[in-house]
Design a protein around this ligand. Structure first.
Ligand SMILES: [Zn+2]
Length: 277
């Protein structure tokens, strides 16, 4: 998640129970374990499991149009074309490890009140119209998208599940132990990315954007705007995320350390995109 300002609990409750069932059911019989190939912790799940999980969550989201009013891609061709254009530039950097393994599908949620974007395991990306309208230029949008894609690419969800529940508990649940299963189901409602995963996703966003024409610290723009407005920071946000101050500072520092350039061009095209909603 980029930010969790509004309605996060609802979304987690809606999604996480089917999510764990999908994991537990589909984890049966694969006989294959993930390996530690990235920072961020050991992962019990094979890469294909991320895709299966993502597809399951995407299906769940589609079945709840009252909670997730998705804008139809056939009647919003221009809007989707714009977002996919940004995605394609990130994928073209060659830095997305699971470029060909994951789906990288984008959906727009028609909800102006929610300043958020999120990405499921396996690369199903969701942008709320609220955050699209809030951002100021394409580099900021690319920064948010890079952050979300990084959560999927670094496989944070399945890593977090492995870490939170432990291999033994997950295996017991897979083998049908009811108490293990209920522990996991209960725990998943509160599953969220750790601060270090948020920081990793921010850092990867800078890496993805560095070789592009956008300023690599585009992701900082959202937090700068939040900070200027002095609003939208419930205590829960601070306890679960790195502070906006730190995130802003990190974005700028990493972009500088990596010697990234980039400039904000084509503001008109971005504003035209925003006006589509
Ligand atoms: Zn995040």
């Amino acid at each position: 998640m980029f930010a969790r300002h509004i309605k996060p609990e609802t979304m987690y409750k809606q999604l996480m129970i089917p999510f764990v069932l999908a994991v537990v059911l589909s984890a049966c019989g694969t006989g294959k374990e993930g390996k530690e190939d990235k920072p961020g912790g050991f992962n019990l799940f094979p890469v294909e499991k991320d895709v299966e999980l993502g597809a399951q969550v995407a299906k769940e989201i589609e079945s709840k149009p009252e909670d997730f009013p998705i804008l139809d891609s056939a009647s919003n061709v221009q809007a989707y074309k714009y977002l996919y254009g940004v995605r394609d530039k990130i994928l073209a950097t060659g830095l997305v490890e699971h470029k060909d393994d994951f789906r990288w599908q984008i959906r727009i949620v028609n909800d102006d009140e929610t300043l958020n974007a999120f990405c499921t395991p396996g690369g199903y990306i969701y942008f709320y119209t609220g955050i699209i309208k809030y951002l100021e230029n394409e580099a900021q949008l690319a920064g948010v998208m890079g952050h979300e894609m990084a959560h999927a690419d670094l496989r944070h969800s399945t890593r977090q599940m492995t870490k939170q529940f432990g291999v033994q508990l997950l295996l017991s649940a897979i083998l049908g132990d009811e108490s293990a299963l209920s522990k996991i189901t209960g725990g998943l409602i509160s599953l969220q990315f750790s601060r270090s995963h948020e920081t990793e996703a921010d850092q990867m966003s800078v890496s993805y954007l560095c070789p592009t024409h956008w300023p690599a610290d585009g992701g900082a723009g959202f937090f700068e705007k939040i900070q200027e407005s002095g609003s939208l920071r419930p205590p829960e946000f601070l306890s679960t995320h790195p502070s906006p101050e730190n995130r802003i500072e990190n974005y700028h520092r990493w972009a500088e350390e990596k010697g990234c350039g980039g400039s904000n061009e084509n503001i008109t095209a971005f504003q035209k995109f925003q006006s589509l909603f």
